[in-house]
Write a protein of this length. Structure first.
Length: 93
């Protein structure tokens, strides 16, 4: 008795459910930032402070520790050369 081949049936493709990452808007993000640094973020968001944007990025990199930013020796970081100019005058001393 000859075996009959079953026709190959394609499994229906199931779409993976897209997982949406939570989008942090500026207001909720400001809630996570320590009070003393909020103005740097506001100035950066309002296109009034390129230095503030760099400083804000460094703050997040060093988990809001100002002293660690000053001591940072990561010369591979693209912001390293601009970091000292971006620090507020009080931190530069
Ligand atoms: S310069 Fe240093 S502190 Fe600033 S983002 Fe780069 S690694 Fe972080």
């Amino acid at each position: 008795m000859a075996k009959t081949k079953k026709p190959k049936t394609k499994k229906p493709k199931t779409k993976k459910p897209k997982t949406k990452k939570p989008v942090l808007n500026r207001i909720s993000r400001l809630g996570m930032i320590p009070k003393e640094f909020k103005n740097h973020y506001r100035r950066a968001w309002n296109h009034r402070g390129g230095k503030d944007a760099i400083y804000a990025f460094c703050l997040e990199c060093m988990k809001f520790d100002k002293i660690k930013i000053k001591l940072c020796k990561n010369t591979a970081c693209p912001l390293y050369e601009y970091k000292m100019d971006a620090l507020p005058k009080i931190c530069q001393k």
